[in-house]
Design a binder for this molecule. Structure first.
Ligand code: AQP
Length: 332
């Protein structure tokens, strides 16, 4: 079976609709066809300041949401990044293989450091894509299911894997990004040209899965569209309407063309109200399941411990090969 690796940061508490449609939904599907490794990226989370108690609580909350979304620990390996020390260890080796200029070209760092202020951005935030390279290569992943915003980091992973393989000996599988075109980028409901993001300036266009469904329904109903009235999928000309159609189509499994036909002659109001209903119907059981998993933290923790054990077996083998290839003296 081909292998996949992906991760999500346990930072904001609730996942948002972009995280779910762009990434987590694919993870659930891929566990049927792939040897799948999914991690809670807590090492990545501390690249920006975190309250320790909140980070711990959010890690369990993230695990509960992944299970509620459909990850099955019998069919995939779900673990916490900091439980597998090989991530930090291979991360260091990868740091030493990366050019400073190369790392400086990562657009996500540029965006985030601009947001935090150059002085407050940490070196960890700068090198985070290189740790991500290590995350992926440790598992010899063939594919990395992510949203469009992560494409550049997967490209860096390919470059570094090829560099290591050429400099030492073939060691790493060179992975590809697994990006589902339709949902690669879910947009903010108030600014449909911007990515839906937990760090948006205003929460009005951000749909958090664990918010009160009524709150999210209101956000759908007041989504920004355009001054036209035709419901047509046209991401360039009609980004707001197209984003709503994407969400509607993915949550219901109805094709976009079918939705266009269904809403012919109807106004934006009808589309927004129906989509709000579709979302509430989908999210209500998701929230209930999340609460059920959260209610039993012991089971959650032991499931994550088992995941870490499975992950470590693979990670340790890769790291041992890497240490040998770079010329470290074996510890006796
Ligand atoms: N709007 C989005 N559309 C599609 N996919 C998205 N992802 C994030 N936003 C969208 C994908 O979600 C996965 C987990 O991402 P993360 O843990 O790195 O979270 P993030 O990218 O930090 O989340 P945000 O909201 O985008 O926060 P900021 O803007 O602060 O970084 C990834 O696969 C990502 O592609």
């Amino acid at each position: 079976r081909p292998r996949v690796l992906s991760g999500i940061q346990p930072t904001a508490g609730s996942f948002h609709l972009g995280n779910y449609l762009g990434a987590v939904r694919q993870w659930v599907a891929l566990q049927e066809t792939h040897d799948a490794f999914y991690m809670l990226a807590d090492l990545h989370a501390i690249t920006v300041p975190q309250d320790p108690a909140e980070l711990r609580a959010n890690s369990r909350l993230a695990a509960a949401q992944l299970l509620a979304a459909g990850l099955d620990p019998e069919r995939c390996t779900l673990f916490v990044q900091s439980h597998v020390p090989e991530h930090a260890q291979l991360g260091w080796v990868m740091n030493c293989l990366t050019g400073f200029g190369e790392a400086s070209r990562m657009t996500q760092f540029k965006d985030k450091s601009a947001r935090h202020g150059a002085d407050r951005a940490t070196v960890g935030l700068f090198t985070y894509p290189i740790l991500q390279v290590a995350d992926i290569l440790l598992y010899q992943a063939d594919a990395v299911p992510v949203g469009e915003d992560q494409r550049q980091h997967v490209e860096l992973t390919r470059d570094l894997a090829e560099r290591f393989n050429a400099r030492y000996a073939p060691t790493f599988t060179v992975p590809g990004a697994h990006i589902v075109k339709e949902t690669a980028k879910i947009y903010d409901l108030q600014d449909p040209t911007a990515k839906m993001s937990k760090s948006a300036a205003s929460p009005k266009g951000l749909v958090n899965l664990l918010d009160e469904p009524k709150t999210s329904a209101k956000k759908f109903k007041s989504a920004v569209t355009d001054t036209d009235t035709v419901i047509r999928y046209d991401p360039e000309g009609k980004p707001g309407v197209s984003n709503l159609l994407t969400v509607y189509s993915t949550l219901t499994g109805t094709g976009i063309a079918e939705l266009e036909a269904q809403y012919e002659g109807k106004g934006y109001g009808a589309l927004k109200t129906d989509l709000a209903e579709v979302f509430v119907e989908w999210v209500t059981p998701f929230r209930d399941r999340t609460q059920e998993y959260l209610g039993d933290p012991e089971t959650l923790d032991s499931l994550l411990a088992k995941g870490a054990e499975k992950a470590r077996a693979v990670a340790a083998e890769t790291l041992a090969t890497v240490y040998d290839r770079v010329g470290f003296l074996p510890a006796k």
